[in-house]
Design a protein around this ligand. Structure first.
Ligand code: SF4
Ligand code: SF4
Length: 83
């Protein structure tokens, strides 16, 4: 990664994990919520997907440790974890 003049980039910024959900495949079973050690996966009560479920998503992404337990647990391959 390049560091430009005036840019503040911490080790944590560079190394942070990113978790994405293919929301329309989610059936809201909550298995990913139960398994997350940081308790940052939640059901998005204000969103309805194409199947008519409230999908799961991550709040406070900066707390994610990239363990990928959520992705491994999901029976519908909704979740992708990048580190
Ligand atoms: S990768 Fe690990 S810490 Fe991050 S949301 Fe998934 S289960 Fe939680
Ligand atoms: S485990 Fe998969 S299908 Fe179940 S709530 Fe989580 S993302 Fe949705």
């Amino acid at each position: 990664m390049l560091f430009e003049r005036g840019q503040i980039t911490t080790y944590r910024d560079v190394d942070m994990a990113r978790v994405t959900f293919n929301e329309d495949l989610c059936k809201g079973c909550k298995l990913c919520i139960d398994v997350c050690p940081k308790k940052i996966v939640v059901i998005k009560d204000d969103v309805l997907n194409k199947k008519g479920y409230h999908p799961a998503g991550v709040v406070e992404m900066d707390k994610c440790i990239g363990c990928a337990f959520c992705a491994m647990m999901c029976p519908d391959c909704v979740i992708t974890v990048e580190k």
